[in-house]
Ligand binder design. Structure first.
Ligand SMILES: Nc1ncnc2c1ncn2[C@@H]1O[C@H](COP(=O)(O)OP(=O)(O)OP(=O)(O)O)[C@@H](O)[C@H]1O
Ligand SMILES: [Mg+2]
Length: 369
């Protein structure tokens, strides 16, 4: 059999890692397809150009190239922020390796290998949120189970006691016991949601958002403006419409409450919530890869999630509101996980964005994966 001979440059093109080849005058000589994808650049447009004109904020990259050449050794830079063609800056780690002109490469220069850190951080965060969701559900089940059982007994005993009490003034105390037992029962019922069996069907995500929008408009009337930024070409998701409405409503209602109730929300901008939908491609949800997904963002311009709550927002009973029970987001995440989706957030004063990713699938048996 004739051996297959692959030149060094076409070898680079077979790599999944993003690699560019830069000569000693900092001119870009080659860019492999993985780098074209990652940097969203076309090989034919950038080859022959200086890295200073291809990358904005090129100083750190230029310094890494200079160091590797001067010391004739590989150099790794773990904190490289560069922007390409006016797009937002991206966070990379890169390794620069000097090469000499040879039969493999016809230039003296450096190979630069890029790894996107944002992506690694995002994947690590998604994994964490997923594990946290599983732990939450376990905790909820155990907690609710332990509290629910004795509650019935406590309430029943208080009722019997009330009947035996001759002095009606003492009924006040038995009433307190019964009311508090009822309040805890209701809390446990929410913790153990869903109370009804899920009824999966094809669901248009915009119908879900429109229902949420009308509920919020009725509750908050003129206090909040709700913007719609929909991609109406999106396909249906397969799921339980009531659970999806409840999940989005819990998130959106938090946004409305933060905009109208939070102390220190003296934001000069008018209170606004944006409901946005987009198509997402090649996403990993619940450790499974999907070709297509739907991204729903619920964005508000409120004060942001209190720093002391931070990542714990999804834990049960974590609340920043005097009136809150801290279950809204736990339940929302629970419902979203049941749809094999993820619920994540980014928050800073003036912009909080909750993102719900749901896989697009015809039906469970025909999951697009
Ligand atoms: N968009 C947001 N802006 C600011 N803070 C938020 C936002 N969303 C959630 N939070 C914070 O996260 C906390 C937890 O939210 P979660 O919905 O789980 O519980 P809750 O709203 O306090 O109570 P419940 O929803 O059970 O009535 C909230 O109390 C609030 O402090
Ligand atoms: Mg809430």
């Amino acid at each position: 059999m004739t051996p297959i001979v692959i030149s060094a440059l076409s070898g680079l093109d077979l790599l999944a890692t993003a690699v560019i080849l830069v000569d000693n005058a900092d001119i870009l000589c080659h860019m492999n397809p993985a780098a074209e994808n990652l940097l969203e650049l076309s090989h034919s447009h950038v080859v022959g150009q200086s890295i200073t004109s291809v990358f904005a904020d090129h100083e750190v990259l230029a310094a890494a190239l200079k160091y590797a050449r001067k010391n004739n050794c590989s150099f790794s830079e773990h904190d490289l922020m560069i922007a390409v063609s006016g797009r937002p800056r991206m966070h990379f780690a890169c390794t620069v390796t000097p090469i000499e002109r040879s039969s493999a490469f016809d230039v003296d220069g450096c190979l630069v290998e890029f790894r996107q850190i944002d992506q690694q951080l995002r994947i690590a965060r998604e994994e964490r949120v997923f594990d946290q969701g599983v732990a939450n559900r376990e905790l909820m089940r155990n907690l609710a189970h332990e509290i629910k059982n004795p509650l019935g007994g406590i309430r029943g005993a208080a009722q019997l006691l009330e009947r035996e009490l001759e002095n009606p003034a003492l009924h006040e105390y038995t009433q307190v016991i019964m009311k508090e037992a009822d309040r805890l029962q209701a809390l446990m019922a929410r913790l153990l949601a869903p109370h009804r069996i899920a009824q999966p069907a094809h669901v248009n995500i915009h119908e879900v958002l429109e229902r949420v929008r009308s509920v919020l408009l009725a509750e908050y009337q003129k206090e909040i403006a709700i913007q719609r930024d929909y991609d109406v070409s999106l396909p249906d998701v397969y799921g339980d419409v009531e659970q999806l409405i409840q999940a989005v409503l819990n998130v959106a209602r938090n946004a409305a409450q933060a905009l109208t109730e939070a102390p220190g929300n003296n934001n000069a901008a008018p209170a606004q919530i944006t409901l946005k939908t987009r198509a997402a491609r090649q996403v990993t949800l619940a450790r499974k890869r999907y070709r297509h997904a739907i991204e729903v963002s619920i964005i508000d311009n409120g004060p942001g999630i209190p720093a002391e709550i931070g990542e714990r927002v999804f834990y049960p009973l974590v609340t920043g509101r005097a009136e809150g029970s801290g279950l809204g987001l736990t339940i929302a995440q629970n419902f979203v996980s049941q749809h094999n989706g993820t619920l994540t957030f980014e928050s800073a004063p003036g912009r909080t964005c909750f993102t719900l990713l749901l896989p697009v699938a015809d039906a469970p048996n025909h999951a697009v994966s």
